[in-house]
Design a protein. Structure first.
Length: 298
């Protein structure tokens, strides 16, 4: 029925559905977060955190429901078997659009623990959602240019400490830590600026994934390497709301945690840093080839 409506009207309907679903669940989330804030006792967290996660998963399930109504998407997905909602995972994915997050949530919600992302500090001030992300212990990171880090190396140490603290919280209950190794969304301009050696990817950054493995390597059941492709072009969020997400191709592969690297000292050992880069670049080469194959598939 919605196919008969003009796309902008579908976008308005989808936007209202998203807003209603958010306003339904976020107040409950914030109420629980207030209790956690007023009772900052370690014994409280094991009781409240699962409730917070259950509310967040219900919000995602609500979004998935209106997505199924609004979207007429052809989902070509492989690799979602043998997943465990009670284990820890490190999810590694290429990044092209804000839509990536909704796609990941749609496919992985309640198959694995709640996805938690490292967010830019500015997103803390997003109305309603910023508070929700804070309540769920999503870590907010300050982004620094390479020039800033060269001038002020203490900023790198501050980011590493923030990541370590976040990962220690993630270790309390089963969690899926999402890492976009490219550090930003792919664009042709960024690709040219980086002189990336990959056709469809930016250069990967090993620091975030290395620190997560150093802190939580013993917890992770596997690394879920996700390759995400939009054969009809990368959608904007508005295009997504308007029901123009026609085809999505996703491949999920469970990789073993490299225990030798996880136990290494990435921050202080140059040999460990190089080994991490070599390991990640090998994954990126395979991912680049997989994206090319998926884009060429009819």
């Amino acid at each position: 029925m919605l196919d008969l409506l003009p796309p902008p009207l579908i976008g308005v309907i989808a936007g209202l559905a998203l807003l209603f679903n958010t306003l339904l669940w976020v107040p409950i989330l914030l109420l629980l977060a207030l209790v956690k804030l007023l009772l900052p006792v370690q014994a409280v967290r094991p009781r409240l955190d699962p409730l917070l996660v259950a509310v967040a998963e219900s919000w995602i399930a609500g979004n998935s429901a209106w997505m199924r109504v609004v979207q007429r998407t052809d989902w070509d997905v492989d690799g979602l078997t043998d997943l465990d909602a009670d284990s820890w995972y490190l999810v590694n994915c290429n990044h092209q659009s804000w839509v990536d997050i909704l796609v990941l949530q749609y496919l992985l919600n309640r198959r694995i623990p709640l996805l938690k992302f490292f967010l830019k500090q500015q997103l803390l001030w997003v109305p309603v959602m910023g508070l929700a992300w804070w309540a769920l212990d999503f870590p907010f990171m300050r982004r620094h240019s390479e020039e800033e880090l060269i001038k002020r190396p203490e900023l790198r140490r501050a980011d590493q400490e923030a990541t370590r603290i976040a990962c220690e919280k993630f270790a309390l209950i089963p969690t899926s830590v999402v890492n976009f190794c490219e550090g930003t969304r792919f664009t042709l301009l960024k690709h040219r600026h980086q002189q990336s050696p990959y056709r469809h990817l930016l250069r990967p950054k090993a620091g975030g994934i290395a620190l997560a493995l150093n802190v939580m390597g013993g917890k992770f059941r596997a690394i879920l390497d996700v390759t995400l492709v939009y054969p009809d072009g990368v959608p904007t969020f508005w295009h997504f709301l308007c029901g123009r997400l026609r085809r999505v191709r996703v491949r999920v592969q469970a990789l073993p945690v490299p225990r030798d690297l996880a136990n290494g000292d990435y921050a202080n050992d140059p040999a460990v840093r190089q080994a991490f880069r070599n390991w990640l670049e090998a994954i990126w080469r395979r991912k680049d080839q997989q994206i090319a194959a998926l884009l060429g598939k009819r």
